[in-house]
Design a protein around this ligand. Structure first.
Ligand code: ATP
Ligand code: MG
Length: 454
């Protein structure tokens, strides 16, 4: 088999070989190329020790080195290449970090420490493809399978449990049965994994094409770090809008929303508050009043726990909070929601509403989608006319209020706020003359009252 490597990779390998070492492209880049996917990066492994790698390649353009673990990173043409000495991992003390790494002499030993067969292949033009664990065959069969004994491999490094789910989701592969059994058996090891690593793998699982399969079949694994899922599984909704239990509905919502991190996280958490808000009326119909607020608060807490960045956290919570509101599809109400949520987030809210609808009773879908498309048309139109109305976008400002004789700072704020609401509700145009007349009217009538009267 011939693999077409980028020129830079060929050059790095050639220089190492000219210096008497063995060197290969390895791991994800080989897997992706065999599958016909352009690799995100090219990693290289070599028999040279880190200092020898440096000496062979010349010390210039070395951007960073994890030399203790055998990795030298070189920069060529704006791209980083990691070159790692053949190694095995030493003893694992905490199910995550090898206490030390040992450099080894052969490529085969290096491939044996890698997690899955599809990730344990190497290639160079001299030796061709080195596939000692059946990676090519597993690509053909679409299987994620551990290299070696699954229990041992997961006990060495619990993160591999999530990596297995992640590769299955991204590549659309099934997990081979003994690897799958071992994942379920060892799921508790995820307790030892840092929140940052968990979130990063969770996002990759969520944005993968096979996410529905993974979330449905491995919810018990996710429960180790998201125990909030447990009461959702099997919770029947008994409601004419729904045909699935809360967890299945959630999974279908995730799969229906575009594969972008914020949207997929919002879809995952959007109904987390349902178990807490579950009631059954005298007709046996299930209700979940107030669940969007509870879900939004839960999403915020979970994302703090998983050490998410603040922007993702607040975007996710904001759109979840409003996902179930159903105002009339009229400009005034869309403008109110846009002002509350911000014009950047409004399309995210519509995506969540759409995916949520697609995961409900099929009989109700066309009507719900029609409603969302009307909201979207109004939103598009508002954007053409300058976007969300905010105090900043008003045609008057604080100085105009001062010129009218309104001196008190709090009063100025209230006046601008009132004008903003009036513009949003279509009671006055966002035009300076009209706004000044309006404020004179309001200010005139409130002059004798206290400042709360406006
Ligand atoms: P991606 O396309 O997401 O980068 P990748 O396969 O390159 O996928 P990386 O996390 O970049 O994944 O890791 C590079 C290679 O290192 C893997 O293909 C695998 O061979 C090995 N590897 C990475 N993490 C582990 C791990 N925790 N345990 C064992 N081997 C690992
Ligand atoms: Mg990689």
């Amino acid at each position: 088999m011939k693999i077409d490597m980028p020129t830079q990779v060929k050059e790095i390998i050639a220089v190492l070989q000219q210096n008497g070492y063995r060197a290969y492209a390895v791991g994800g880049c080989i897997r992706d190329t065999i599958m016909g996917i352009p690799p995100s990066d090219w990693d290289i492994c070599t028999s040279s020790l880190p200092q020898e790698t440096l000496d062979a390649l010349g010390a210039q353009n070395i951007v960073e080195n994890g030399m203790k673990h055998g990795t030298v990173t070189v920069r060529r043409n704006g791209q980083n290449y990691e070159i790692t000495t053949f190694r095995t991992d030493g003893v694992y003390l905490d199910n995550r970090h090898p206490q030390n790494v040992q450099f080894v002499r052969t490529l085969e030993q290096d491939l044996a420490r890698r997690d899955f067969t599809v990730n344990a292949m190497a290639y160079n033009d001299t030796d061709g493809l080195c596939d000692c664990f059946g990676g090519t065959e597993d690509i053909q069969r679409k299987l994620i399978r551990c290299v070696g004994n699954p229990d041992q491999r997961f006990q060495e490094d619990g993160l591999r449990i999530l990596r297995a789910l992640r590769f299955s989701s991204q590549l659309g592969f099934e997990i081979e049965s003994s690897t799958a059994d071992s994942i379920r058996k060892n799921a508790h090891l995820l307790q030892n994994i840092s929140a940052e690593r968990i979130l990063s793998e969770l996002i990759k699982i969520l944005t993968g094409k096979n996410v529905e399969y993974i979330l449905l079949h491995y919810s018990g694994v996710l429960e180790v770090f998201l125990p909030e899922i447990r009461p959702m599984v099997g919770l029947e909704q008994n409601n004419p809008h729904h045909i699935y239990d809360v967890w299945t509905h959630t999974v279908k919502t995730v799969a229906a929303i575009p594969p972008e991190r914020t949207l997929r996280l919002a879809a995952l958490f959007h109904d987390f508050g349902k178990p807490d808000r579950h009631t059954v009326d005298s007709n046996g119909i299930g209700h979940f009043k107030g669940h969007p607020e509870v879900s939004a608060v839960m999403a915020e807490k979970i994302l703090i726990r998983l050490k998410s960045d603040n922007q993702t956290k607040s975007d996710v919570a904001a759109i979840i909070r409003m996902h179930d509101a159903r105002p009339p599809a009229e400009p005034k109400y869309v403008r109110r929601q846009m002002a509350k949520l911000g014009e950047r987030r409004y399309p995210m809210l519509l995506e969540l509403k759409k995916a949520d609808s697609l995961a409900q009773n099929p009989r109700t879908i066309p009507q719900k989608l029609e409603y969302i498309s009307r909201l979207n048309k109004i939103y598009q139109n508002e954007m053409k006319q300058g976007g969300a109305v905010t105090i900043k976008s008003l045609a008057v400002n604080g100085n105009d209020m001062i010129n009218l004789g309104i001196k008190d700072g709090r009063m100025i704020g209230e006046c601008l706020n009132t004008l903003c609401q009036l513009v949003i509700d279509g009671e006055v145009d966002n035009e300076k003359g009209a706004l000044m007349i309006k404020i004179k009217e309001l200010y005139g009538s409130t002059k004798t009252r206290n400042s709360n009267g406006i």
